[in-house]
Design a protein around this ligand. Structure first.
Ligand code: 6R9
Length: 669
C-alpha cells in the first residue's frame, strides 16, 4: 500500500526556493567587495578561497565534484545519500551523476513544502477562459498527486512502466507527472496538439499500457476532441490496456471498457490507511476505507478530549482490535497522542468476573473504555468482584457499541467509578472513524444524563430528519440521525464500491451523511441514540446484518427460505432469531437442522451471529408483491402482538397466526 508522506519528515532538507533575486544581483554588480558568498549560496562557505561571484564560478568548474556534491546535499532530500558524485566519460558517452543515491522527485517537489508551508500556492492555473484562474496549494497538489499515484498503482502500473500523458496544460497533467514520479513509473508527455498517428507512434515506442487524457481540450476558445484522438491512436497500440479520461469540459464522450473517468477513479483512491469490513443491510459486508491524516487527527483529538487523556495516563480500551473501537482507541488515538495503551487479550470473566478491575488495579488504568454488554454481564455476578480491587486510578469510564441502559449506566458509575468518574456514553460508528457524540468534553460541572451520548464533539453537527426527509428543528423530538457537515475522521469510500458508499450514506438525505441510526433530541438539546433504522442488529456490541445471516442459513440444502430478526436480549443487547421454511419433502429432525444451521453460521460468520432460536414455519408472512413482512415478524418475536399494525397488504393473513402459534410453542419449550 502506498504511504504518501512516508519520506517527508525524515528527509526534509533546505527548501529549494532560495533563488537569486534580481535586486540582489544588482547590488552585487554595484559593490563587489561587499558580496557575501555564504548568504548568496550557503554551500559556498565550504568552498575554500571563494570570495566573489567569479571565484565561485571558477571553483564550480575546477572543483566540479565537490561543488555539485555540496549543492546536491543542500538542495535535495535524499532517501539514501549518493556514493559517487559523478562517473562520466564524454568520449564514451557515459554519463552518471549521484550514483547510489536515492530520492523521490515528487517528495522533493511536494512533501517537504507541505511540511513547512502547506497553504503556499503551488500552481495558478490560468485557464483558457480569461479571468477564471484557479489556485492549488502544495497541500492540494500533494493530495491530488497521491490519489493519482494510488490509482495508477491499483491499476497495475509498476516501477519501470511508462505512462503516456496526452493532456493540455492543467493541474491534473502536473499531478499525473508527479504521480508517475512518486510510484517510480516514467512519464511520456505528448503535446496535445499532436495527431493520432504521432501519438500512436510515441505510445508504441514507449510501450505504454496506460494513457491519461481529457475528454476535450479548450484552447483559444476552440474545443479539441482529445479523447477521440486517443481512441484513434490506441487502435494501433496493442500495449494500451487502460485510458484515464479527465473531464475538462462537461461534454460526455464515448467510453469503452478500457476507459475510466479519471476524477471518479481518483475519488476512490486516497492515502488509504485501512479497510475495515462491517455489516450493512445487505448480505455483503462493506469494506470501509479510512485514510491517514484525517482519521489519525480525529482519533487522537477525540481520545484526548472525550476521555480527558493526559501525558503519562494509562488508557484501557478493552475492545478487540478487530473492531473500529480497537483501531481508534486501542491503537491509533492513544499512540498518536504518545500515550500508553492496554491491549486486552482476555475476557471480562476469565479467570473470574473480577478480571477488569484486578487489571485496573495492577496496571493503574486511568481511563477504562468498554461495552454495555460486558457491564450487564458483570452486574449479574455482584458488586463484590469490583469492590475487591483498588480502582482509585480511574478518572473516566467510557461505554461504546450500543445503547447503555440506565441500570447498567448507574452500576458502572456508582459501583465501578464510586461516583467519582464521569461515565461517557460515546456514540460513533466504523464509518465515523471516531467518537461523534459524547457527554465530554463539557464544562467541568456540566450535567451528564445516564444513558445519553448527549453532546456533539467539536466539528460535529448532527441533525434529525423526519420521514419526509425534512430537518426537524425543534427539541424533544425523534428522527433519523444525520450529519450536516463533514469531519476529518469520516470514512472515504467503500472498497471497490464507491457507488454503494454514495447510495448508503449520502442518497437517503441528499446533502447529509446518514448514520443508519435513529435518535431522540431532548428538551435541552441532548442526543440519545435509539437504535438502527435498517436491518442491522447489534449483538454484544457487534454489528451484523440480518441479510448476512440469512445468506448463510439459505445455503443449507434443507432450507427453502428464511428471515432473521433481532430481539431484545438482557445481556447481549440483541439476540438472533431465525424463521426457517424447509423445502418440501425434507425428512430431517428439526433439532438436527438447528444444529446444522448453528454450525454453518459460526463457521461462515462468527459464533455471536448464531441464532438463539430457530422457529420452523410452513411459510412466512409476505406482502402481495412477495416481500417478507419483517416488521410483523419483529413484533411477534418481541411478543408485541397488539401492535402488529396494518396487515392489509398481506398475501394471506393466516400465515401470521401460524407464526404466532409457532413462536408460543418455541418459547414454552
Ligand atoms: C463504535 C462502534 C456502530 C453502531 C451504531 C449504533 C451502535 C455504537 C453506540 C451505539 C447507542 C452508543 N452504537 N455506539 N448505539 N449508543 N453509544 O460500535 O462501531 O461497530 O460500526 O457500530 O453501533 O447503532 O450505528 P460499529
Amino acid at each position: 500500500m502506498w504511504l504518501p508522506c512516508r519520506c517527508a519528515a525524515k528527509y526534509v532538507a533546505a527548501s529549494f526556493s532560495r533563488g537569486v533575486s534580481a535586486s540582489f544581483l544588482h547590488a552585487l554588480r554595484r559593490n563587489r567587495s561587499s558580496w557575501n558568498a555564504a548568504a548568496f549560496m550557503p554551500e559556498s562557505s565550504g568552498f575554500e578561497g571563494v570570495s566573489g561571484r567569479d571565484a565561485l564560478h571558477d571553483y564550480s568548474v575546477s572543483h566540479s565534484e565537490s561543488f555539485w556534491a555540496a549543492v546536491a546535499r543542500q538542495r535535495l532530500s535524499w532517501i539514501r545519500p549518493f556514493d559517487v558524485v559523478q562517473d562520466c566519460d564524454l568520449s564514451q558517452g557515459r554519463i552518471s551523476w549521484f550514483e547510489g543515491g536515492k530520492l523521490n522527485v515528487s517528495v522533493n517537489c511536494l512533501d517537504r513544502h507541505v511540511h513547512t508551508c502547506p497553504e503556499r500556492v503551488a500552481l495558478i492555473w490560468e485557464r483558457d477562459e480569461q479571468g477564471s484562474e484557479v489556485r492549488y496549494t502544495y497541500k492540494e497538489l500533494l493530495e491530488m498527486t497521491c490519489r493519482l499515484g494510488n490509482l495508477l498503482r491499483r491499476q497495475g502500473v509498476k516501477k519501470g512502466d511508462c505512462v503516456t500523458i496526452y493532456m493540455p496544460t492543467c493541474p491534473l497533467a502536473v499531478a499525473s507527472m508527479l504521480a508517475c514520479a512518486r510510484i517510480g513509473a516514467a512519464h511520456n508527455v505528448v503535446f496535445a496538439g499532436f495527431s493520432a498517428e504521432a501519438l500512436a507512434e510515441r505510445i508504441r515506442d514507449a510501450q505504454s499500457s496506460t494513457v491519461i487524457t481529457v475528454n476535450q481540450g479548450v484552447r483559444g476558445g476552440k474545443i479539441t476532441e482529445l479523447k477521440r484522438t486517443v481512441d484513434a491512436a490506441v487502435r494501433s497500440c496493442p500495449s494500451v490496456q487502460q485510458v484515464f479520461v479527465a473531464m475538462r469540459t462537461e461534454k460526455q464522450v464515448e467510453m469503452t471498457d478500457r476507459d475510466f473517468v479519471l476524477e471518479e477513479e481518483m475519488l476512490k483512491e486516497d492515502d488509504v490507511l485501512f479497510l475495515l469490513y462491517t455489516s450493512g443491510s445487505t448480505g455483503k459486508p462493506k469494506g470501509l476505507v479510512h485514510t491517514q491524516a484525517g482519521y489519525l487527527l480525529y482519533a487522537a483529538f477525540t481520545h484526548r478530549y472525550v476521555f480527558g487523556y493526559h501525558d503519562g495516563d494509562v488508557f484501557g480500551c478493552v475492545a478487540d482490535i478487530g473492531w473500529i473501537t480497537g483501531h481508534s482507541y486501542t491503537v491509533y488515538g492513544p499512540l498518536a497522542n504518545g500515550g500508553t495503551t492496554v491491549l486486552f487479550e482476555s475476557t471480562p470473566v476469565y479467570p473470574d468476573p473480577g478480571r477488569y478491575w484486578e487489571m485496573v488495579e495492577r496496571l493503574r488504568i486511568n481511563q477504562f473504555y468498554g461495552a454495555p454488554t460486558a457491564i450487564r454481564l458483570l452486574i449479574k455476578y455482584g458488586d463484590q468482584w469490583v469492590k475487591k480491587y483498588d480502582r482509585s486510578s480511574l478518572t473516566t469510564l467510557g461505554s461504546v457499541g450500543e445503547p447503555i441502559n440506565t441500570e447498567a449506566w448507574e452500576w458502572y458509575n456508582r459501583v465501578v467509578g464510586e461516583g467519582r468518574c464521569p461515565v461517557v456514553d460515546t456514540w460513533w460508528q466504523t464509518e465515523t472513524g471516531g467518537i461523534c457524540i459524547a457527554p465530554k468534553p463539557s464544562e467541568p460541572d456540566a450535567e451528564i444524563v445516564p444513558g445519553m451520548a448527549m453532546r456533539p464533539f467539536f466539528g460535529i453537527k448532527p441533525v434529525l430528519m423526519d420521514t419526509e426527509g425534512k430537518v426537524l428543528t425543534s427539541n424533544n423530538t425523534s428522527g433519523a440521525l444525520c450529519m450536516a457537515q463533514p469531519w476529518p475522521g469520516m470514512a472515504r469510500t467503500i472498497h471497490n464500491n464507491h457507488q454503494r458508499f454514495i447510495e448508503t450514506y449520502f442518497q437517503p438525505y441528499p446533502g447529509y451523511f446518514f448514520t443508519g441510526d435513529g435518535a431522540y433530541r431532548s428538551e435541552k438539546g441532548y442526543y440519545q441514540i435509539t437504535g438502527r433504522l435498517d436491518d442491522v442488529i447489534n449483538v454484544s456490541g457487534h454489528r451484523i446484518g440480518t441479510a448476512e445471516i440469512e445468506d448463510v442459513v439459505n445455503q443449507c440444502p434443507a432450507v427453502a427460505e428464511s428471515a432473521v430478526i433481532g430481539y431484545s436480549h438482557s445481556i447481549k443487547g440483541q439476540g438472533v432469531y431465525a424463521f426457517v421454511v424447509l423445502k418440501k419433502g425434507v425428512d430431517i429432525q428439526e433439532a438436527d437442522i438447528s444444529k446444522q444451521l448453528n454450525n454453518m453460521v459460526s463457521e461462515k460468520i462468527a459464533k455471536y451471529a448464531c441464532p438463539e432460536f430457530v422457529q420452523f414455519a410452513k411459510r412466512l408472512p409476505k406482502t402481495r408483491s412477495g416481500k417478507i413482512m419483517r416488521r410483523v415478524l419483529r413484533k411477534v418475536v418481541e411478543c408485541d402482538l397488539d401492535s402488529l399494525g396494518d396487515l392489509s397488504t398481506l398475501d394471506d393473513p393466516a400465515a401470521v397466526q401460524e407464526i404466532i402459534k409457532g413462536h408460543e410453542k418455541l418459547l414454552s419449550k
